[in-house]
Design a protein around this ligand. Structure first.
Ligand code: MG
Ligand code: MG
Length: 248
């Protein structure tokens, strides 16, 4: 069942979303060659708690960290570590916050120094695919219009859509109905309504769409070792269209 939120509940989600956005902006401002994802993890937890939030992923299903840190061929759910970031790397950071009973969830992919041309394009196409998904998050549309918006933008550019992980409803739980694949035909699934709150999150691979899970049981990497990018926003559907709750 898709839980609709009242305007007062969306206000609370806006507050949670702002902590997510401010924390990710802080992390992004600190990223440069030599920084480690373990440092970013500590900073994220500190900033989130300073603002009265709880890091939503820490302890979720046993996940041990505040952020998911997924460089290069890591798709999602990577563990922060002590390896310094290198020029030419990309780093996807996924971060969620619980604040006053509601969740916010967002992800960014950040360039470390100069990227090669293909990687630059991968990041831009993935970022834009999220914009297109958000544009389809309007009352009266259908859920799979959002999915189709991502796939139909990404595949003609020569990139591929990860199938194993999907976007999701969000609210009093981090993951609620509905599941939101980033692929599929338009015009299917539930009608979109004001009060729906969705975490939209395209995960896009430079090469094949396939995924492998590392021995830690969490980290998803590309089957072919090529790079992957990920952007996510928590979005509320309102009478006036989509409102991004995790943007400053
Ligand atoms: Mg996320
Ligand atoms: Mg999510």
């Amino acid at each position: 069942m898709i839980v609709l939120k009242s305007p007062a509940e969306i206000d609370k989600m806006r507050a949670a979303g702002r902590i997510v956005a401010e924390t990710l902006a802080l992390l992004e401002s600190r990223i440069e060659p030599g920084v480690t994802t373990a440092e970013l993890d500590r900073l994220a937890e500190q900033e989130c708690r300073r603002q009265g939030g709880q890091p939503a992923f820490k302890g979720y299903g046993g996940f041990p960290y505040a952020i998911c840190a997924s460089p290069n061929d890591r798709i999602v759910h990577g563990f922060p570590d002590d390896k310094p970031l290198q020029p030419g790397d990309i780093l996807s950071i996924d971060f969620g916050v619980l604040y006053k009973g509601f969740y916010g969830d967002s992800a960014i992919t950040v360039a470390i120094g100069e990227l090669d041309e293909e990687t630059q394009r991968l990041v831009e196409v993935t970022r834009e695919s999220l914009v297109r998904a958000i544009e389809k998050s309007v009352p009266g549309g259908r859920l799979s219009d959002v999915s189709y918006a991502v796939q139909s933008w990404v595949e003609p550019k020569g990139f591929s859509v990860v199938r194993e992980f999907v976007g999701h409803g969000i609210g009093r739980s981090l993951h609620e109905a509905p599941q939101i694949p980033n692929y599929g035909p338009a015009g299917q699934g539930p009608r979109l309504k004001p009060g729906m709150t969705l975490a939209l999150e395209p995960m896009i691979n430079a090469g094949v769409p396939g995924v492998k899970i590392l021995e830690d049981g969490w980290t998803a990497v590309t089957q072919d070792g090529r790079k992957s990018a990920h952007f996510e926003h928590t979005v509320a559907i309102t009478e006036n269209g989509p409102e991004i709750l995790t943007r400053l």
